[in-house]
Design a protein around this ligand. Sequence first.
Ligand code: FMN
Length: 446
Amino acid sequence: MSQHEMFAFQSSEELLQKAFDLGIELPFQTDLSPLFEELSLGSKRIDNRVAVQPMEGYDANPDGSPSELTFRRYKRFGSGGSSIIWFEATSVVPEGRSNPHQLWLHRQSVDGFTRLVEETRKEATQSFVAGHDIYCVLQLTHSGRYSKPRGMPQPQVALANPFLDEKEATLQIFSDKELDRLQGNFVDAALLAYQAGFDAVDIKACHGYVINELLAAFDRQNSKYGGFFNNRARFLTSVVKKIRREVSQIGIAVRMNAYDGIPFPYGFGSSRDESEEIDLTEPKQVVSRLIKEGCSLFNITAGIPYLFPHLGRPFDRPLPGAPVPPEHPLEGISRLISFTKKVQKENPEIPVVGTGYSWLRQYFPNVGAAVLKNDEAASIGLGRSAFAYPEAPKDLMNKGFLDPKKVCISCSRCTEMMRMGGSAGCVIRDKEIYGKQYKKLLQKGT
Ligand SMILES: Cc1cc2nc3c(=O)[nH]c(=O)nc-3n(C[C@H](O)[C@H](O)[C@H](O)COP(=O)(O)O)c2cc1C
């Protein structure tokens, strides 16, 4: 296996040489025009292939509505030129919030979401090229194992998992009845999201949260949600089916883990033999089934950030005290690209958003353009980079290149802030707000 290294490339040649030395075929091209090709999503036609990935900012008001800081973040995304804005994980019930400042959509907070969508769209249409419109997706979730609605862990899980359970913790396991009810909460939230003006909702099935856990609930006993594939896919499929039926005008998306990074029978996307290899048979089956039920957009990701963060967000610097990843970030990027490619190639008619590009800094457009050109994704999603450099698409459009002084340096401080219970943003490139907040959090912690 390759060794972890920090990004230290002075040129694209050096980057490509490293990929070559590692035996990685990194898609790359200098022609960036594929990034500015149109894409049809539902009844909308958007004018580029750059997406903002869902990124929790943990800056909601206590009632779950967006705060001034939330508005600021999304207005920056809107004016930056990305044509898909995938709004962050938003809880469908108060007890499923992973932080007291996570967004929570309910009848009393919906007006705030309506304004958020309106203002984000307004920024987008006013600030980018004429006719530019955005596709707004809201990610709906229950944080399950990672719920912290009052700031202290209050986990509720689909099943015990020796790779994830805290030692000697008493687990609160969802009953089938609770899961039946929770489906209704997702449908109610989808209706509110439609009323708020979102184009689509995403039923979050990734990163170890409850629907992702259910997909890997091989060992959940005596339950219609555990064991066989149909049972494990039941929750997600039923939610999609019900939203299709009850909120027929909204688009349905799913952000899904192709691979959890945990061996069978505790992880999704792992082979069933001793090899611990990746096996995408089931993830691909889930995608086919969801397409049949009316899901029209996918976003493929991997890993459980609390366990192996490098699988989903390759980085230079781990969180303080966390181990250095066992592989080169380019391995992780190439793996994420290959997951998206496999899903996209099997389903060429359904757009798939790819992830994990921020570590590439100013070269993400070259890699992204080649991925698009090869039909290996329909849109290039940016997470940490969107915090650091929300106007990257605009710069690309106007200048044809990115400013290396504005790119994300994958320092993990946005995640660190979040883990310290603060809001998340870019400590390095958005210093005025988040540099100060980061310092305060550090002082509080010492
Ligand atoms: C601070 C932070 C918050 C995140 N919040 C979410 C989220 O709300 N929903 C989600 O699906 N992924 C979330 N992610 C993961 C990102 O969407 C993305 O998959 C990951 O950062 C890799 O993409 P990148 O290399 O462009 O950063 C978050 C990541 C970070 C660092």
